[in-house]
Design a protein around this ligand. Structure first.
Ligand SMILES: O=C[C@H](O)[C@H](O)[C@H](O)COP(=O)(O)O
Length: 147
């Protein structure tokens, strides 16, 4: 699956291991930065990752900051992006199945590479439900964005 990933300085230590893991699983990964622990503003990186998803160059995005909270807030400001903060495997697959989440956010201050691996596996192996109720709700989210 083509993926886009980004992080701020706080998320940087987790991004490298995650990229290596994603590549080992056969995914293609567009790295939107940042590329060091020098301070950056997470909304700037979030925009780059979201742009990759919205342009269709990535099927899904992954964004890492300190807690994942700022990343998730930023992602959900972007029309067409449905971001979820997940540090557990149930949320990671359920958010795709029910809510068609296309941006997974994680916090490098909260989880390490081994938990992130399980969360990412759940997220990437999940598919959006074909049930009308979930499709209807996601359509309504899209309508809310236009208001
Ligand atoms: O939600 C925001 C993120 O956790 C940021 O990564 C965090 O606020 C960065 O903090 P600092 O600039 O103090 O490293």
């Amino acid at each position: 699956m083509p993926l886009a990933i980004g992080c701020d300085h706080a998320g940087f230590p987790l991004k490298g291991p995650v990229i290596a893991l994603l590549k080992s699983w056969g995914h293609t990964v567009r790295d939107c930065g940042t590329f060091s622990e020098d301070p950056v503003d997470f909304p700037d990186i979030a925009k780059k990752v979201c742009d990759e998803v919205l342009a269709g160059r990535a099927q899904r995005g992954i964004l890492v900051c300190g807690t994942g909270v700022g990343a998730c807030i930023a992602g959900n400001k972007v029309r067409g992006i449905r971001a979820a903060l997940c540090h557990d495997t149930y949320s990671a697959h359920q958010c795709v199945e029910h809510d068609d989440v296309n941006l997974l956010c994680m916090g490098a201050w909260i989880i390490g590479p081994k938990v992130a691996e399980e969360v990412l596996s759940a997220y990437l192996n999940a598919r959006f439900s074909t049930s009308e109720e979930f499709r209807r709700r996601v359509r309504k989210l899209g309508e809310m964005e236009k208001q």
